[in-house]
Design a protein around this ligand. Structure first.
Ligand code: FES
Length: 124
């Protein structure tokens, strides 16, 4: 698995994602870069009680997206992120897999910054 920022369509530092008010506490929002390309880059931002965390939306098991819809990023009880392919569960704070075929591996974190009330991609 290559580093997230080495992907062809990975957003560059300074790319504006959204306003922080657009992601409710405990919710996640997905972002895609690369237009109609089949190699689109997918990431999501999770609002962890006002601490915004960016993750590459790529399961460390088979390097595939975790979800089909934004709601599927979470287990039904909302306690973990999950991958819909083989149902690995990930700690929402750290992105580390705590159950499933990639236990102990982690989603790649994407650094974020806040400038002028915009959430932006930080420096890798
Ligand atoms: S591809 Fe995600 S758990 Fe297998």
């Amino acid at each position: 698995m290559i580093a997230w920022h080495e992907n062809k369509f990975a957003p560059k530092p300074g790319t504006i994602l959204c306003k922080p008010t657009e992601i409710e506490n405990g919710a996640a929002r997905e972002f895609r870069f690369g237009g109609d390309s089949p190699f689109v880059f997918r990431m999501f931002v999770y609002n962890d009680a006002g601490n915004f965390k960016g993750f590459h939306n790529s399961c460390p098991h088979f390097d595939v997206p975790m979800n089909h819809t934004p709601e599927e990023l979470f287990t039904p009880d909302g306690e973990y992120f999950q991958c819909v392919t083989h149902y690995a569960k990930f700690d929402k704070s750290s992105g580390i897999c705590v159950y499933g075929p990639c236990e102990g591996k982690s989603l790649q974190r994407i650094p974020l910054t806040m400038e002028a009330n915009n959430l932006k991609i930080g420096t890798a």
